[in-house]
Write a protein that binds this ligand. Structure first.
Ligand code: TMP
Length: 208
């Protein structure tokens, strides 16, 4: 497992309320217990610049923000995260576990926001040294279950309409259907069951 996962780039993504952060934590603990040096980051965030961009993006006062602005800000935070944190960690041979990535911009802005997934990918290709992780795991959850889990004050993105969030889920499933390096896990179940599925999947994946 140590050899297999060193220098690998694993993304957990999915709709709000899918439980990515819990799953990322469980996965990182499991990897660390097996001697895999792991770095965990969240996108957007985890750099000084990225955290400031995150605050602008999620601030509920910024209701007038356009989808185009969202695309550029998410991409800017990501470019900084790549250069400052992800690339150096991968170079050191760490296994990088990331909470969200380009797949989110495809599903939220590209599909639900109607910007266009292909246009999102084109911009990413121009801005990022590397756009696709080794593996992307989409934690799929229906809107009702997701909403029950978001039992707190919602940020600007979470506050968007039910219709928007339904499309976000469709966007993730659509993208996963197009890519061989994407896997879908049913995240509507108990965290431990989902965790076991993720471990199974990672042990079965043959990295290119
Ligand atoms: P998080 O709270 O899961 O870290 O994500 C922040 C919010 O930003 C969440 O509602 C999803 C949204 N988002 C996008 O709309 N586009 C993106 O590219 C990313 C990374 C997140």
């Amino acid at each position: 497992m140590k050899e297999k996962l060193s220098g690998r780039f694993i993304v957990l993504d999915g709709p709000d309320g899918c439980g990515k952060s819990t799953q990322a934590e469980l996965l990182v603990n499991w990897l660390s217990e097996r001697g895999v040096t792991t770095s965990r980051f969240r996108d957007p965030g985890d750099t000084d610049i990225g955290e400031k961009i995150r605050e602008i993006l999620l601030n509920p006062e910024h209701l007038s923000m356009s989808t185009q602005t969202e695309v550029l800000l998410y991409m800017a935070a990501r470019a900084q995260l790549w250069i400052e944190k992800i690339a150096p960690a991968l170079q050191k041979g760490h296994c990088v576990v990331l909470d969200r990535w380009l797949s989110s911009t495809c599903a939220y802005q590209g599909w639900a926001g109607r910007f266009g997934m292909d246009k999102v990918i084109d911009i990413a290709t121009d801005c990022l040294e590397r756009i696709w992780p080794d593996v992307t795991i989409i934690l799929d959850v229906d809107l009702k279950t997701a909403q029950q889990r978001l039992n707190r004050q919602l940020d600007r993105m979470e506050s968007k309409s039910d219709g928007y969030h339904k499309k976000v889920r469709d966007g993730f499933l659509k993208l996963a259907g197009q890519r061989e390096d994407f896997y879908i896990v049913d995240a509507g179940r108990k965290p431990e069951t989902v965790h076991q599925d993720i471990l199974q999947l990672i042990s079965e994946v043959s990295f290119k």
